[in-house]
Design a protein around this ligand. Sequence first.
Ligand SMILES: [Zn+2]
Length: 324
Amino acid sequence: MNAYSSSILKPIKNYLKGLLRTNFRGIPSSACSPVQCFICGVADVQKIHAEGRLSVVQCRRCGLTYYTPQPSPEALSHYYTSTDKSSYIASRPEWKWQMTPEWEAQIQHELASLETHWRLHHSPTAPIRFLELGSAYGYVLYVARQRGWDVTGIEPGTAQVEITRKVVGTPVYNCTITEAAPLLSPASYDIIYMSHVLEHTLNPLEVIQTAYQLARPGAILVIYVPNGNGLQARHSFIEWEWSGFPDHLYFFGPNSLQMMLTQAGFIPERLWSCLGHSKHEPLFSLIRERLHLHPEEALDSIVDVLGQQCLLSDLRVIARKPGG
Ligand SMILES: [Zn+2]
């Protein structure tokens, strides 16, 4: 076979392999259905990446990036509760709840900043009512409680909930946000917080609408998500550390995130990006190498500019429910 025929045949072979594949990275393909942009209600998209029938597409209207097809709720739930998937969490013998002083100080600083933002419109007479959606092991709840806040968590992962209850001692609902909502008082929370949760959900708009119902008028909603419009995602989506299907299904950019919040009734007030939860920013390392930036302080101004321009990998927004 000559080089020409090989270069032609390789993509065809890959495509056929994808067609014959019976599951998409652990999810049976029979349990997956095509989706369109839930913000715009259409499938006006450009394809970013494809593995057979599993594609990453970007909405031409709002910029939302997403996988299609997507798993059924049952298939996704099975994926998260399967042995393979749970092995990385608290079932590992070496895993233990630990909060380093640096980490605790970082969360304290973050929550103090949120409280300042919240106080722009409120003079509290009672402890701040704080609700974390997707509270994982309870690190943020722990610090929030130290601040004297009245805290509640919602977390579908059973192991995480057991650890939070045991170590942190805070009330946590072991279910999804939609399941917990009827058990909670509507319009009663001052700050609703979700860090790296929305990208895991099959219906992010429903989650935001639920948060709206639970938020008191004037409450703030805080969201952290992987930045689907960041430099790293644009440079090489599939090599980006946050791109993995089916853990992550939707990738918001500044525009799509604000549009979704507005659809649900929230008013976006502050939007920025940071390195945050992103452990690696390969493109950022490349910039550092190419520009021969030393010492590290020389990077700070670049990080600041990229962060303000919403080009780093962790996208953050503070939005407010009208009224109050
Ligand atoms: Zn769209």
